[in-house]
Ligand binder design. Structure first.
Ligand SMILES: CC(C)(COP(=O)(O)OP(=O)(O)OC[C@H]1O[C@@H](n2cnc3c(N)ncnc32)[C@H](O)[C@@H]1OP(=O)(O)O)[C@@H](O)C(=O)NCCC(=O)NCCS
Length: 165
C-alpha cells in the first residue's frame, strides 16, 4: 500500500533485524517511565521477538525511502484481534507513520480490536485515544489481559487495555 510516500508491507524473515532495531530503539522512551522492575535492555531480545512471531504476531511495517521506520503487530486470539508491539523509530515520530499503520491494520480484521500498553505510557494512550480507542475499567482490563495475553501478573498490574469506543 502506498500513501503519503510511505509504503506499508508485511514483514518477513529478512526483516527480523530491522524489527529488533526499531523495537529496541523506540522502547528507550520507556526507560525511567515504566516501573523499573519491568525495564530491561534490550527491551525485547531476539528470542522474545521470535517467540512472539511463532505465537502468531504478524508484523507489518512502513518503509520510508526504502528503510523500515515503523512496525506494528497484529495477532488474532480467540474471538478478538490484538494490536501488539507498535514502534516507530525515535527520529521518525509525529509524522503520521504510527497512524498510517494503525489505520491499515484495522482494515485487516472484522473482530473487535484490543490494545494493551503500559499505564505509564501516556503518549501511547493518547495516540490510541485519538484513533477512537478508550481504556476499559480496571476489572475489565485484568480479565482481558488474563484471557487474551500471555504476560506475567506484574505486567497485568502495570498495563492498561484500550478497546474501540
Ligand atoms: C506510539 C507511536 C507508535 C506512535 O507513532 P507515531 O508515528 O509517532 O504516530 P503519529 O505520527 O501517527 O501520531 C503521533 C502524533 O503526531 C501527530 N501527527 C501525525 N501526523 C503528523 C504530521 N504529519 N505532522 C506533525 N504531527 C503529526 C499526531 O496528531 C499525534 O499527535 P499526539 O501525540 O498529540 O497524539 C510512537 O510514538 C512510538 O513508537 N512510541 C514509543 C513506543 C510506544 O510507546 N509504543 C506503543 C506501545 S503499545
Amino acid at each position: 500500500m502506498q500513501d503519503k510516500g510511505f509504503m506499508i508491507r508485511q514483514c518477513n524473515d529478512e526483516d527480523l533485524g530491522a524489527i529488533y532495531n526499531i523495537i529496541n530503539d523506540a522502547a528507550m522512551v520507556y526507560k525511567g517511565i515504566i516501573p523499573a522492575d519491568r525495564w530491561k535492555e534490550p527491551y525485547m531480545s531476539t528470542d522474545e521477538l521470535k517467540h512472539e512471531i511463532a505465537d502468531g504476531v504478524v508484523f507489518w511495517g512502513i518503509e520510508d525511502d526504502g528503510e523500515l521506520t515503523g512496525v506494528m503487530g497484529i495477532q488474532n486470539v480467540q474471538d478478538v484481534t490484538l494490536i501488539r508491539h507498535a514502534y516507530v523509530r525515535t527520529g521518525k515520530r509525529n509524522r503520521g507513520i504510527g497512524s498510517e499503520l494503525l489505520t491499515f491494520l484495522r482494515t485487516l480484521t472484522a473482530s473487535p480490536i484490543l490494545i494493551g500498553t503500559w499505564a505509564d505510557a501516556v503518549w501511547a494512550i493518547r495516540f490510541y485515544e485519538k484513533h477512537g480507542f478508550r481504556p476499559v475499567s480496571h476489572e475489565e482490563k485484568t480479565r482481558l489481559l488474563k484471557k487474551y495475553w500471555s504476560i506475567p501478573d506484574r505486567q497485568v498490574e502495570t498495563s492498561v487495555v484500550l478497546a474501540e469506543a
